[in-house]
Design a binder for this molecule. Structure first.
Ligand SMILES: [Zn+2]
Length: 420
């Protein structure tokens, strides 16, 4: 039994509480007691301990675009750079880049990543001997970095590059069925027709697996869906049977009022990726309206222009403020919920994202004595901390970050090597 004594911990209420003893039994939390003096046998965690952070939407390879795709233009000109990058990656370089990227996430306090994976095949679309070789590289990368992963294998049938595409949705299903524990994704209504989306939705339903899709990221995607199908992207996906409690809409930046009601009534999750959406000039999604309609919220760093879940959470609120000219659209507890339990639920990891008996022992501790957080009350830390303030990270009872350093990876050196 490992004992961790937390100076402050957020146990899911409106504010953190002090002097919390968390007892771990293997990969799970056995007991949580507040207002307890530190036993001499316990390891002391100074600062504020949170449930592990969930990064619910990642494309690991896009870490290679950071700082290299800032030319004037739009999402669509950025996309050209992304497609050119995708042509250059092989399973070995993918493993190195993803391992370093997931280790960067670990340093930022991320304990669970949802990898939305569509870079499946070799150059020109040639199949690897194992058609899931690229997906297995991602699974290995996360295991080596110590971060929990849900691989959301994305069906991609039309457009993009040949490396993304399976012959049809049945071929996608056959390939992904060989990947134990995989979740499902429909890349978007641009890339998967309604019949294909229905096949993916059925595959996920049969397994109770999480199902994600990019939804209304761009007005042009809405225009495409209206012209081709006479419906919005969310309506197309709903008609395909995709939208329900296991479904997560990525972005939902430009939904209609009916789409907001549809996603809320279905009890779906919406994963906002505010730092990517602002980097790509996508717009500001109606997060408060979606939450008010009943949708869950999660957060993702998506293109990894930034990997910092505190920044994502603040940007969720900040975007709302800019759009509404009203402050306090989300409470600190709601922002933390999106960064933790909301992401775990989106990825189908229902027993994580909270500090409670029986939950997975995934914890992140931030310093309250850094230049950013000194003098900040624990309840306000989410408005002050950055990923650089993360000191300790535990995943499944295993330490992966200690004293602000990864326990086994020189992260900056590995990023530099992977990107050289
Ligand atoms: Zn994405």
């Amino acid at each position: 039994m490992t004992e961790l004594w937390c100076e402050h911990a957020w146990l899911g209420g409106d504010e953190p509480v002090g002097s919390v003893l968390v007892e771990l039994d293997g990969e799970r939390i056995a007991a949580v007691r507040a207002g307890v003096a530190a036993p001499p046998t316990a390891e002391r965690l100074a600062g504020l301990t949170l449930p592990g952070l969930a990064n619910a939407h990642s494309h690991a390879f896009q870490r290679a675009l950071r700082g290299r795709a800032q030319q004037p233009g739009s999402f669509w000109t950025w996309r050209e750079r992304m497609l050119a990058l995708a042509e250059t990656i092989d399973p070995d370089s993918y493993l190195r880049l993803a391992r370093a990227t997931y280790a960067e996430m670990a340093l930022a306090g991320v304990t669970l990543v949802g990898e939305f994976h569509y870079l499946h095949h070799g150059p020109g679309g040639a199949r690897y001997d194992d058609p899931n070789e690229m997906g297995r590289a991602l699974l290995a990368a996360a295991a080596q970095a110590g971060v929990r992963i849900v691989l959301l294998d994305a069906c991609y049938l039309d457009g993009g590059c040949a490396r993304f595409r399976d012959a049809d949705a049945e071929a996608w299903a056959q390939r992904v069925s060989a990947l134990d524990g995989a979740g499902a994704a429909i890349h978007s209504v641009r890339a998967v027709d309604p019949a294909g989306a229905a096949v993916v939705a059925d595959w996920a339903a049969a397994r109770g697996a999480p199902l994600h899709a990019h939804v209304s990221e761009q007005p042009a995607e809405n225009d495409f869906a209206r012209e081709r199908f006479g419906a919005t992207p969310a309506q197309v996906l709903a008609q395909a049977g995709a939208i329900g409690p296991r479904f997560t809409a990525i972005h939902a930046t430009h939904p209609s009022a009916d789409d907001i009601a549809l996603l809320g009534d279905a009890g779906a999750t919406v994963c906002m990726c505010p730092t990517t959406e602002r980097d790509l000039a996508d717009g500001i999604g109606p997060a408060r309206a979606l939450a008010g309609a009943g949708a869950g919220l999660a957060l993702g760093s998506d293109s990894h222009a930034v990997i910092d879940m505190f920044e994502e959470a603040r940007a969720l609120e900040g975007g709302e403020r800019l759009a509404s000219r009203t402050r306090g659209r989300f409470s600190a507890a709601e922002l933390l919920q999106a960064a933790t339990a909301g992401g775990y639920a989106s990825l189908g990891v229902r027993d994580g994202g909270r500090l409670a008996p029986g939950a997975l022992a995934d914890l992140t501790t931030i310093a309250l004595d850094s230049v950013r957080t000194a003098g900040v009350p624990p309840a306000g830390a989410i408005f002050a901390a950055t990923g650089a303030d993360v000191r300790e990270v535990v995943v499944g009872g295993r330490r992966i970050v200690r004293g602000g350093a990864h326990v086994s990876i020189d992260v900056a050196a590995e990023l530099r090597a992977a990107l050289s």
